[in-house]
Design a protein. Structure first.
Ligand code: COA
Ligand code: AMP
Length: 624
């Protein structure tokens, strides 16, 4: 069936479309309704149905004779380890750890925080939660204590799983001091902990509330899969919004399993048994969906890679992994390819490896600039597919649906709306703009299965953030154009979210960090263009009168403050001291205009500006 027909079908007959897809999974109770519109605009999928995500990701395949196939390959150049888990082995490990969770008081509906480096125990913890109906919330290991604390406080967990350290290149990063500080900041010092002691930094003294992973596994009783309601949350994943307060995106079990399994065939064009590699981190949505759940739901082999595209040991790292494990499909962020290209522009290292198994490269997380896309196409000589999605959707909203129909690639566009997503472009008044004109990218409700039904514990914020701006539509937060051929072009954010190396950060959180410095009276953070990371944060600070500190010390202290409050991934490129910030007469900081000045783009002086002279001061500060 063509893309056009499939797409039209999904929008016109969503009940039939998704019911057919859902039949690919095993349910312990059939749903009453496919699309439940009874509480619109809050929609649910497969209400009344019951299933277990872990059963569908592991046990189902073991029962069907796939038990000895590799389910997960842990490849860690930073520790020199490669370890393969078959479906049978992974199911057994997960069942045992589910037993550990249960023995430590975790039950159905309880939250479990997972603050882990890229080790198999991270994926095992996620699947073990799913097995007993507990809700996991993975926090990216690169986040510092305060960010972790906010998430702990909001999720109110029954337990935390962590490890002694992460490994960044050759550096060992201790995790436990950060975790302890976060527990203390969140006011839950007594929380149960299960800790993986890694040989690179063995745990010597154990907190009385903690058990060691290996010890606990020795005495654990395996736990079985618990049927849960299709609409019960599988996980909460916090993401950055306009303010410093992260939003807990909720992912329901049923719709998630259905949609993700469908994407493997329809978008990524992979079959059960194929090797799928998402070179991301389990702390991000890409890691949740495409390192853990989707490949396993589809019976593929997934790769969990503890390393970087460069430096572990060099720019051939990806090609080595592809050759060694015969990877069929690779998914990563454009930043990774920019990093590889910078070190090996002619592809000398690439051509020393046999990567003939690789059929397609998918890129997402940030806009893929045409230059990077063409470089990757020329080097790899396979289709390179940019696709667009976000934490909230959990799977691609626009893509080239390679398993349905491979459409011609237009560099710079993530191609067309994915079946299920009725994407429109609206002007600020909510009218659809003609093709070719830019506007707010929205999705006409209902969103398809697997997308967020709400924010954790905050239905009002969910409504206010996403559904209230344009009635009957979900606001993506991105702006762009739908062209004459129906291709989408995603150009920028409409809010203060920035994207650093494919990592989504809130300028609000960075500003909150800068504002804690005693010398800072006021501040603003913008994202400026960066050749490698797409964007990087740039800070502007106005000092308190009488602040007596030299600029170099101040800058060092401010950078350190951001690193220790938000995390090293948010390290600003620079901090500039200015006398004033450009504001509207109502006091709103004109970050968009500042950004244009910093990126040497044309800009108009906003009519609402309080004092136009401030823009010249900003330009001078940037030049110096
Ligand atoms: N735990 C602890 N620290 C971490 C971390 C983690 N999980 N991940 C990153 N950091 C630290 C890094 O060590 C670095 O610290 P430093 O400033 O002290 O050196 C800092 O955060 C910035 O890291 P990173 O953004 O990875 O930049 P880099 O310069 O080390 O590497 C790239 C550049 C391009 C190689 C890297 O950004 C990359 O691999 N990008 C791909 C991104 C990606 O896969 N995104 C997922 C979305 S699909
Ligand atoms: P995250 O929730 O961290 O996945 O970030 C989602 C945001 O990243 C989107 O709303 C976009 O702003 C941006 N993004 C992700 N993928 C793409 C893409 N392929 N093209 C353009 N922007 C993208």
């Amino acid at each position: 069936m063509s893309y056009e027909t499939t797409y039209r079908n999904s929008i016109k007959n969503p009940n039939e479309f998704w019911a057919l897809v859902a039949a690919d999974l095993e349910w312990t109770r059939q749903w009453d309704r496919v699309l439940d519109e009874s509480d619109a605009p809050f929609y649910e999928w497969f209400s009344g149905g019951e299933l277990n995500t872990c059963h569908n990701a592991l046990d189902r395949h073991c029962n069907a004779g796939r038990g000895s196939q590799a389910a997960l390959i842990y490849d860690s150049p930073v520790t020199g380890q490669v370890r393969t888990y078959s479906y049978d082995e992974l199911r057994d490990e997960v069942a045992l750890f589910a037993g550990v969770l249960a023995a430590n008081g975790v039950g159905q509906g309880d939250r479990v925080i997972i603050y882990m480096p890229m080790i198999p125990e991270a994926a095992i913890s996620m699947l073990a939660c799913a097995r007993i109906g507990a809700i996991h919330s993975v926090v990216f290991g690169g986040f510092a204590a305060k960010e972790l604390a906010t998430r702990i406080a909001d999720a109110d967990p029954a337990l935390i799983v962590s490890a002694s350290c992460g490994i960044e290149g050759t550096r060992v990063i201790p995790y436990l001091p950060l975790m302890e500080e976060a527990l203390s900041l969140a006011g839950v010092k007594e929380l149960r902990r299960v800790l993986v002691s890694r040989p690179q930094l063995p745990i010597e003294e154990l907190n009385p509330c903690a058990v060691l992973w290996d010890e606990a596994m020795k005495s654990a009783e395996p736990a079985d899969c618990v049927p849960v309601s299709a609409t019960d949350p599988l996980y909460i994943l916090y993401t950055s919004g306009t303010t410093g307060e992260p939003k807990g995106v909720v992912r329901p079990n049923g719709g998630h399993a259905v949609a993700l399994k469908w994407t493997m065939e329809s978008i990524y064009n992979v079959k059960p048994g194929d090797v799928y590699w998402a070179a991301s981190d389990i702390g991000w949505v890409v890691g949740h969906s495409y390192i853990v759940y989707a490949p396993l739901l589809h019976g593929c082999t997934t790769i969990l890679y503890e390393g970087k595209p460069v430096g572990t040991p060099d720019a051939s790292a990806f090609w080595r992994v592809i050759e060694q494990h015969k990877v069929d499909c690779l998914f990563t962020a454009p930043t990774a390819f920019r990093a590889i290209r910078r070190e090996d522009p002619e592809g000398v290292l690439l051509h020393q490896h046999d990567i003939s198994s690789l059929k397609t490269l998918f890129l997402a997380g940030e806009r893929c600039d045409p230059d990077t896309l063409h470089w990757a196409e020329n080097q790899l000589e396979i289709p390179v597919i940019d696709h667009w999605w976000q934490t909230e959707s959990g799977w691609a909203m626009a893509a080239n649906p390679m398993g349905i129909e491979a459409l011609p690639v237009k560099a710079g566009s993530p191609t067309v709306p994915v079946p299920g997503y009725d994407i429109r472009v609206l002007d600020d008044e909510g009218n659809e703009v003609p093709r070719g004109q830019s506007g707010n990218i929205v999705v006409k409700l209902p969103l398809p299965p697997g997308t967020l039904p709400t924010l954790w514990g905050n239905q009002k914020r969910y409504f206010d953030t996403y559904l209230s701006r344009f009635e009957g539509h979900y606001l993506t937060g991105d702006a762009g154009v739908m062209d004459e051929q129906g291709y989408l072009w995603v150009m920028s954010r409409i809010d203060d979210v920035i994207n650093v190396a494919g990592h989504r950060l809130s300028t609000g959180a960075l500003e909150e960090a800068l504002a804690t410095h005693p010398a800072v009276a006021e501040c603003a953070v913008i994202g400026v263009e960066d050749k490698l990371k797409g964007e990087m944060p740039l800070g502007f600070v106005v000092l308190n009168s009488g602040a007596n500190i030299d600029k170099a010390t101040l800058k060092k202290e401010l950078v350190q403050t951001v690193r220790s409050l938000v995390g090293a991934i948010a390290t600003p490129r620079d901090i500039l001291v200015v006398a004033r910030l450009p504001k509207t007469r109502s006091g709103k900081i004109l970050r968009g205009t500042m950004r244009k000045i910093a990126d040497h783009q044309e800009y108009k002086t906003p009519a609402t500006i309080e004092d136009p002279a401030v823009l010249a001061e900003i330009a001078t500060a940037l030049e110096s």
